[in-house]
Each structure stands twice: as structure tokens, then as C-alpha cells.
Design a protein around this ligand. Structure first.
Ligand SMILES: [Zn+2]
Length: 93
């Protein structure tokens, strides 16, 4: 697989779903922080976005026989769930 030049945007490298910049499991802490900033006023949209990537990652792991680990839900979605107490949202999972 070609490795494109690093963009500094901490994007996912598929099918391994590792970060192109820091090599951590994607989304890495830097990417999570930037996503939370991007979607600061629309956490539901962030969850929809991450749900699509979650499904794509599961598909990649399955097709390429990659062990994605046992905490995929937490890795892709758990961190993005709103804390309604903190954010004052009425929605809760
Ligand atoms: Zn990264």
C-alpha cells in the first residue's frame, strides 16, 4: 500500500484504521479533539459521521482479517457521545 505524505490532519489509513500522522489507532487523541471542535455545536452529526466510519472499519477489518480489538464501539463512538449533564442536552443514549 502506498503511503501518502502526512497531511498533519491525523486522517485514517485504511484498512488498518491507524493515524497517518502519529500511528495511533484511529481516531487518535488529536483527531478526536479536532472532531469535537468541528462538531462542537452538532454532536449528533458527529455521531452519525462516526457511525458511518465505524461500519466501514468493521467491514475493512472483516475483509482483511484484521483484529480491530474488542473496544471498537468505545474507540469509534463512545468518546463522541454527549454528556448531557455537561452540555445541557436533553438527548441521552
Ligand atoms: Zn494522529
Amino acid at each position: 500500500m502506498d503511503s501518502p505524505p502526512s497531511s498533519g490532519e491525523h486522517r485514517a489509513v485504511r484498512p488498518s484504521w491507524t493515524c497517518e500522522d502519529c500511528g495511533s489507532l484511529w481516531p487518535c487523541p488529536e483527531r478526536r479533539a479536532s472532531l469535537l471542535e468541528e462538531y462542537a455545536f452538532d454532536r449528533l452529526a458527529l455521531l452519525v459521521f462516526m457511525s458511518g466510519l465505524f461500519a466501514a472499519a468493521i467491514d475493512d477489518f472483516h475483509q482483511h482479517n484484521i483484529d480491530g480489538g474488542s473496544d471498537l464501539y468505545e474507540r469509534f463512538l463512545g468518546w463522541a457521545r454527549p454528556s448531557y449533564q455537561r452540555d445541557g442536552l436533553l438527548w441521552s443514549p
